[in-house]
Write a protein that binds this ligand. Structure first.
Ligand code: AP5
Ligand code: MG
Length: 235
């Protein structure tokens, strides 16, 4: 989003008359000049797409980043990429992810910090699966403040537990994600969400940034509800 900032500056210059009253010596520079600065200033709009495992964060993120030109940052995807490359971080994270537990805050905060650094020209970020604890929320706010920006809105998708389990077991048939194949692990992920992550919405509601969205229905219906909330806040 660009703002054409029009600055009108009136520069009063002292009119200097010589002692003989004849003439203006100094009408040196314009008493009025209009400086039209068409410098493009980019205002970032940052979104947290929030919800339990299987609520549709990844599905909706793909559509939202395309529509709004945002940079998608999914800590789950970043961690799976570490696992695929068999990095020490990935191997450590896999242990926890396979049990449905969160990986340590400092790991994901470090990943997000690097990703923000790596995208200095982003129009805005769409955070998916991050933040997941109060410590992560506070760290994110600090990182964004350094970039002179902030979270615009947290969109929380609400889906019943039985629907989540059904969706994830179904995805587990083809996704290759080890945390999708076992119902016990899926339920452990949901418990972890309730215990440690729901507080993130409380954290942002103190700044009046939380909007709840019905996360059941067709993908298009949910997308339209998300866009309508974003449009209200972006304008
Ligand atoms: P992460 O990868 O973030 O997974 P998650 O939050 O558990 O959520 P999912 O990705 O499984 O679901 P989703 O909400 O994206 O839904 P999706 O669109 O895919 O995290 C994985 C693990 O990494 C965590 O458990 C943790 O260990 C670790 N981790 C990640 N971030 C972390 C952090 N910040 N801190 C600490 N640890 C972290 O949809 C699911 C399925 O439903 C799909 O098959 C989709 O096709 C289907 N679907 C989508 N929408 C609909 C619809 N409207 N109707 C019917 N089906 C639908
Ligand atoms: Mg996801």
């Amino acid at each position: 989003m660009y703002l054409f900032s029009i600055k009108i500056k009136f520069l009063a210059k002292t009119l200097v008359f010589d002692g003989f009253g004849a003439f203006v010596k100094g009408f040196l520079t314009s008493p009025l000049y209009i400086c039209v600065s068409s410098k493009h200033r980019t205002y970032m709009f940052n979104i947290i797409l929030f919800g339990p495992p299987g609520s549709g964060k990844g599905t909706q993120s793909e559509k939202l980043i395309e529509k709004y030109g945002l940079k998608h940052l999914s800590t789950g995807d970043l961690l799976r990429s570490e696992i695929a490359r068999q990095t020490p971080l990935g191997l450590e994270a896999k242990n926890l992810m396979d049990k449905g537990q969160l990986v340590p805050d400092e790991v994901v905060i470090g990943m997000i910090s690097s990703a923000l650094e790596a995208n200095p020209d982003a129009k805005g970020f769409l955070f998916d699966g991050f933040p997941r604890t109060t410590a992560q929320s506070e760290a994110l706010d600090k990182l964004l403040k350094l970039k002179q920006t902030e979270i615009g809105v947290l969109l929380a998708m609400e889906v019943s537990e039985e629907e989540l389990v059904k969706r994830l077991l179904n995805r587990g048939l083809t996704s290759g994600r080890s945390d999708d194949t076992n119902e016990t692990v899926i339920r452990a992920r949901i418990v972890e969400y309730k215990d440690k992550t729901t507080v993130v919405a409380n954290y942002y509601s103190q700044f009046d940034k939380v909007v709840n969205i019905k996360g059941e229905g067709t993908v298009e219906e949910i997308f339209s509800a998300l866009c309508s909330e974003i449009d209200k806040r972006m304008s």
